[in-house]
Design a protein around this ligand. Structure first.
Ligand SMILES: [Zn+2]
Ligand SMILES: [Zn+2]
Length: 208
């Protein structure tokens, strides 16, 4: 079995977990986990994600208060310009000393159903190796996926691309097409022919 301490996402916490009121500063790079977005919007696996903040112990667990800085790549949803740069977000996570399910089993009450809600409780992550280490791979993934931009824009008033030919309208603000585009010309003459035919059929005083 691999030890949690050997993971590139391991943070040793034995000292800070000794008693409540301890604090351990954290200022380090971790590799971006896999599965954060995709090639268009995401964080490339292995890119450094910086974590700075502190791990503090309270009575029933450890609290991580930190700022994450990750190299997020994206593209403008209107003009497709590649956008990349560090994205910063604040993270608060809780690491309980005891798994509530384990504790209940020790007390002889095996209640598996009740444990489910706690596991769903946002930023709560387990400690490993008898509470001496925590692995923040899942924490990084969860928080970074949530922070990915849904609709990135290169600038708030990006004009996007010409829907007809794809020219970037930011670079060519005066770009436009003559209305007598070939396809429109064909449609116009077709419509005129239909109208002539219709008139031909209902030629008579009743027509408007
Ligand atoms: Zn744009
Ligand atoms: Zn165009």
């Amino acid at each position: 079995m691999t030890r949690a301490a050997d993971s590139p996402w391991a943070i040793p916490v034995a000292q800070v977990a000794q008693r409540a009121g301890q604090s351990k500063p954290i200022d380090a790079d971790f590799p971006a986990p896999s599965g954060i977005g995709d090639a268009i919007v995401g964080v490339t696996e292995g890119e450094p994600v910086h974590l700075s903040g502190s791990m503090d112990s309270i009575v029933d667990g450890l609290i991580l208060n930190a700022r994450l800085s990750a190299p997020v790549h994206a593209e403008c949803t209107r003009c497709l310009k590649p956008l990349s740069g560090p994205r910063e977000l604040d993270v608060v996570a809780f690491f309980p000393f005891e798994d509530p399910r384990e504790q209940r089993q020790l007390q002889g009450e095996v209640e598996i159903v009740a444990g489910e809600e706690e596991a769903d409780d946002g930023n709560t992550y387990p400690l490993a190796d008898s509470g001496t280490v925590t692995d923040i791979e899942a924490l990084l993934r969860d928080n970074l996926v949530e922070a990915l931009p849904f609709k990135a824009l290169c600038k708030p008033d990006c004009r996007g691309l010409c829907p007809q030919c794809g020219v970037n309208l930011n670079e060519h603000p005066d770009h436009h097409h003559e209305v007598s585009d070939d396809r429109f010309a064909a449609l116009t003459s077709f419509k005129a022919r239909l109208e002539r035919e219709a008139q031909g059929r209902q030629a008579g005083p009743a027509a408007e």
